[in-house]
Design a protein around this ligand. Structure first.
Ligand code: ATP
Ligand code: MG
Length: 268
């Protein structure tokens, strides 16, 4: 059984797509076979892996909307051990179309249950909202990785996300666990350092020990259709993603139950 991990945070620009690409490529470099699902109508994951969204004949949208289209029908092989379910702007329509169907929350999960795959990991890059698509990803996943911004202003949004995760656990997916809260774009400022300390104080070991520093090359890599692991493998950001990937691959940090989150959530 593949580990299904949603990469989620409803705040924009916190590093969801960067995390998905780098952990995905990182896992493949460790010999794992990986499926990456672009679940954002912006298609940033698709572009970030070097695929032109305008060239696509079938996308995640088609598999989501049409019961007859299996998910693997839309797969593109983007690296030797990585396949992508690509997305384009049509996925925005899925929000409305799915909302009109009964049991819409379970749509992606049903597609994954019927998927015949040998993959070790399925990573889902969520969009910037807590809407239909993100809820579908959380219902389909066993785990959530939360890229977080190190800013006091962002903590309120994090609390909203944790509440949504709790709601999904209670109603649809009791197995859902948070793997880690991951600061992946940490600037060298006093504010960021203080915010990180506060995040660690509140959320304890749920916050990753390893953080990814803010570096221009990480953004350059995304634009050029590569992970930082491929673009600048010796950089400190690449090394950070490699170590984070190792922790996730081993599952060594432990995965935290929803119940333990509730007290922390109230304090956020
Ligand atoms: N460590 C980093 N250093 C510098 N820039 C980074 C870093 N991580 C991500 N970025 C840049 O920040 C921007 C936002 O990152 P990314 O697209 O991964 O976030 P996102 O949460 O997926 O955004 P969206 O909400 O739009 O989907 C991108 O331009 C990306 O290249
Ligand atoms: Mg994104």
């Amino acid at each position: 059984m593949a580990r299904v991990i949603a990469i989620a945070n409803q705040k924009g620009g916190v590093g969801k797509t960067t995390t998905t690409i780098n952990i995905g490529i990182g896992l493949s470099e460790r010999g794992r076979s990986v499926i990456l699902i672009d679940f954002d109508p912006q298609g940033s994951l698709t572009q970030g892996l070097g695929v032109d969204p305008d060239s696509l004949s079938a996308t995640t949208y088609d598999a989501l909307i049409d019961d007859e289209t299996p998910l693997d029908w839309v797969f593109l092989r983007v690296r030797s051990k990585v396949v992508l379910a690509p997305a384009g702007i049509d996925l925005a329509g899925a929000e409305f179309e799915l909302a009109a169907t009964a049991d819409w929350q379970q749509t992606l999960r049903r597609r994954l249950v019927t998927l015949k795959t040998e993959a070790d990991f399925i990573l889902i890059d969520c969009p910037t909202s807590l809407g239909v698509l993100t809820v579908n990803a959380l219902v389909a996943a066993n785990e959530v990785v939360v890229p977080a911004e190190c800013s006091f202003l962002a903590f309120r949004g994090l609390s909203g996300l944790l509440a949504t995760i709790k709601g999904v656990q209670a109603r649809f997916n009791p197995r859902l666990k948070i793997t880690t809260i991951l600061p992946v774009k940490v600037p060298r400022t006093v504010h960021a350092r203080e915010a990180l300390e506060e995040l660690r104080r509140i959320c304890g070991p749920l916050v990753s020990d390893i953080i990814v520093p803010q570096r221009v090359k990480v953004a350059d890599a995304l634009i050029s259709g590569k992970s930082i692991l491929e673009f600048d493998p010796r950089s400190d950001a690449a090394e950070a993603f490699r170590r984070i990937t190792e922790v996730i691959d081993h599952g060594e940090k432990g995965i935290y139950e929803g119940a333990r989150l509730r007290g922390r959530l109230r304090r956020l």
